[in-house]
Design a protein around this ligand. Structure first.
Ligand code: CA
Length: 155
């Protein structure tokens, strides 16, 4: 499977986002502290879901995961502060064996925030991405789409 990103290069958005890097609270340098998590924006690349998952895992973190309603506000704050306007952003939810599970711990997802009309196309849209234009509500998309990613460390 082609995991490259046709039509976009790694440097397309670099520079645009470098000045949006997060400030640190109790988190490691370069991470944004918010409630019980630390967040870091990937300033270098657009990635497929698997690429994003592997990349953040290598940093000891995981793809942003929204597991309850209160986290919507946190996620919106973090995303509005860090992402390129108009960006699609992965969240850690996957469709497997007819169920939505967390990509972090494989548990069944119990909180959802789908936008109107989603999820659809459950035959090939197994990953979930969010977008400011839809108030950060969820859309299921193909995992090979190229999106931005925010990672999170639970403190
Ligand atoms: Ca969809």
């Amino acid at each position: 499977m082609n995991r490259e990103s046709p039509g976009r290069t790694d440097t397309d958005r670099r520079g645009t986002v470098n000045n949006r890097d997060c400030t640190a609270g109790d988190c490691p340098s370069g991470w944004l502290s918010r409630q019980d998590s630390c967040y870091k924006w990937n300033s270098s690349n657009w990635m497929t879901f698997d690429q994003a998952k592997d990349y953040w895992s290598s940093l000891g973190a995981h793809v942003l995961y929204i597991d309850k309603e209160e986290e919507n506000d946190v996620a919106a704050f973090v995303l509005n502060a860090t992402t390129v306007p108009g960006a699609w952003v992965w969240i850690g939810v996957n469709f497997t064996d007819e169920r939505w599970i967390s990509s972090i711990n494989n548990r069944f997802v119990t909180y959802f925030n789908w936008r109107v009309g989603e999820p659809d196309r459950l035959d090939d849209q197994f990953c979930v991405s969010i977008h400011e234009g839809y108030q950060w509500r969820w859309s299921n998309v193909r995992c090979t789409e190229i999106s931005h990613a925010i990672c999170e460390i639970d403190m």
